[in-house]
Design a protein. Sequence first.
Length: 162
Amino acid sequence: MAREPVFYSFHYDNDVFRTQQIRNMGVVEGDEPVSPNGWEQIKRSGDKAVERWIEESMKYKRCVIVLVGSETSARRWVRHEIERAYNLGKGLFGIYIHNLKCPRVGRCSQGANPFDCFTINNGKQHLSAVIPCYDPGYDAYNGISGNLDTWVSSAIAAAQYR
């Protein structure tokens, strides 16, 4: 399967190490990570700067992958990225990453499904009813690396019918 260009959406402070493990799998063509100093500089420049960075970073990506840690669903910019991806018709899905080991804190608790925060069809249905959030299991690394390309392809195909 072709390596599709993707954008990773995640809670930087809690999940950057887990995210890096997924990027290093080399299964898909991931976006370039922003450094901690770079992210802080973007945030200090204000909301419009963050929105521009997100827009530019998503521009040529075919799919947005939300990496769901313990606090991801409550993060303002993750929610913004989900909304933009959906409205732009990009492939979209989530992966629970709580079972990936972080060198600082080990495993974490499973976070809430961030797609439950959105409603569609005039408020009659949660976005989670149409956008999957995969649980790769206790052996999360192998569960993700063995399925990531299929999940990306499925999300891109599903986006064509939204």
